[in-house]
Design a protein around this ligand. Structure first.
Ligand code: SF4
Ligand code: SF4
Length: 426
């Protein structure tokens, strides 16, 4: 068998070592600092490698069969996943009401629509009765506003779904993106008994910053309440298929400040918390300077690991983001519109249909076609085609492409580094 080096091998230098990473297989091998890896540029060097090293490189996908075309494989995998019909994911946004007052919230310009919540869940049930049986699995993402403000409706709906799924031979799971302030043990136990497998709570940078940015509507700070509830979730959320993500929004902060703030969390439960670092960016509703940059996350990831936390790595294999699918993933807005992306609610490019009062779907197929084109263009875009990050980035945000006519590059620190950094022994 003739061999060649993978086109997705990347050398990344850290302070004390060098890593050879493959964005296609997500494998990583650590070398001494400055170790000469220039041989991976020349396929002829493969024959000169020590057998053990060569086998390891083959096993981890750094060396592959010369006949393979990883780019075509990636394109095929992307299309297969994009149109996969086995799982339906519905994000619930029955209201935009929230008990927090975050200045950068993308939902700020919208009215809350809380008066429609009861009808929303009625229509959702009718839609569920019509559509869910066609899938092997349904994933319900409790989003918001703040999902725990409409707890009594989601509780009732999930009790109904539990019965309906059993009687109609499909499985279901639940996720919840919450600000965390209204969580308590009873609610958490209910969700755990109803297949919740993902909870995400956000901290804004550090304690001081958080208490300025993530205040309750009445101006009261929320940091100490969240730490208590983060500890509650991490004690209860112990199964292998349960993922607890604490997102740290970096906004004019420093590693030291974030470290001091995370140190408030009980060290015994840290391993159960997956930290996700994200830099706050400007949107149509928030435009402020931020000293934190998207390509400078390593020091934060390193600090999180040193404190004993787990590091979250993106679970969107073969898709650039949760919205990079056809109509089987969507958010259901308060007015029953179906929208691809929760970050720019109401953007016309994202809305591709509506659920009618009787639960029937009214599709706007042109929008779905445009959405697909924006995603798939990454595979004919010269820069992406030649980019070693393509398997991890897949062309970045499709909505950005639609709005700006060009792609927004993601950084190595954002899409690739978490794939191996959490597993490294320093
Ligand atoms: S990457 Fe873009 S399209 Fe995807 S969820 Fe984020 S903002 Fe929406
Ligand atoms: S958008 Fe940029 S970083 Fe992402 S795959 Fe394309 S060229 Fe690479």
């Amino acid at each position: 068998m003739k061999l060649k080096y993978s086109r997705y091998n990347i050398i990344k230098d850290h302070d004390n070592y060098r890593v050879l990473y493959n964005s296609y297989t997500k494998s990583a091998i650590i070398f001494e600092k400055d170790y000469d890896l220039s041989f991976i540029e020349d396929d002829k060097s493969i024959d000169t490698l020590d057998t053990e090293v060569k086998n390891e490189f083959i096993n981890q996908g750094f060396i592959i069969d010369q006949e393979r075309n990883e780019f075509d494989e990636l394109k095929y995998g992307f299309l297969k996943k994009y149109f996969d019909k086995s799982v339906l994911t519905v994000g619930l946004i029955p209201t935009l009401q929230c008990n927090f007052n975050c200045p950068y919230c993308c939902e700020k310009p919208f009215t809350c629509g809380k008066e429609n919540v009861s009808n929303y869940f009625e229509v959702l049930k009718k839609f569920s009765e019509r559509e869910f049986k066609a899938y092997n699995h349904v994933h319900i993402n409790l989003f918001g506003g703040e999902p725990l403000l409409y707890y009594k409706y989601s509780e009732e709906y999930l009790k109904w779904l539990d019965d309906f799924s059993k009687n109609n031979h499909f499985t279901y799971t639940v996720a919840m993106i919450t600000n965390g302030s209204l969580l308590d043990e009873k609610k958490l136990d209910f969700f755990i008994n109803h297949n919740i497998n993902l909870i995400q709570i956000t901290i804004d940078s550090d304690k001081e910053n958080h208490n300025k940015m993530r205040t309750f509507k009445n101006g009261k700070p929320s940091f100490d309440i969240l730490i208590k509830n983060i500890e509650l979730v991490s004690r209860k959320f112990q199964k292998e298929d349960q993922l607890f993500v604490v997102r740290i929004n970096l906004n004019n902060t420093t590693v030291k400040k974030v470290r001091d703030s995370l140190d408030n969390i009980d060290s015994k439960v840290r391993n159960n918390i997956h930290l996700m670092f994200r830099v706050i960016y400007n949107t149509q509703t928030y435009n402020e300077k931020n000293t934190n940059k998207i390509d400078k996350l390593e020091d934060y990831i390193k600090m999180g690991k040193e404190l004993g936390f787990s590091i979250y790595s993106e679970s969107y294999v073969l898709q650039s983001c949760e919205a990079a699918t056809d109509g089987r993933t969507f958010y259901l807005l308060p007015n029953l519109e179906m929208s691809k992306c929760a970050n720019e609610l109401g953007h016309p490019a994202c809305s591709f249909g509506k659920i009618k009062e009787n639960g029937e779907v009214e599709l706007d197929s042109d929008k779905l076609v445009n959405w697909f084109d924006a995603n798939f263009e990454a595979f004919s875009n010269k820069k992406c085609m030649n980019c070693k990050l393509l398997p991890d980035c897949l062309g970045g945000c499709p909505l950005f492409k639609i709005k700006n006519g060009k792609r927004s590059c993601r950084s190595f620190d954002m899409v690739s580094l978490p794939n191996y950094y959490g597993d490294l022994d320093e």
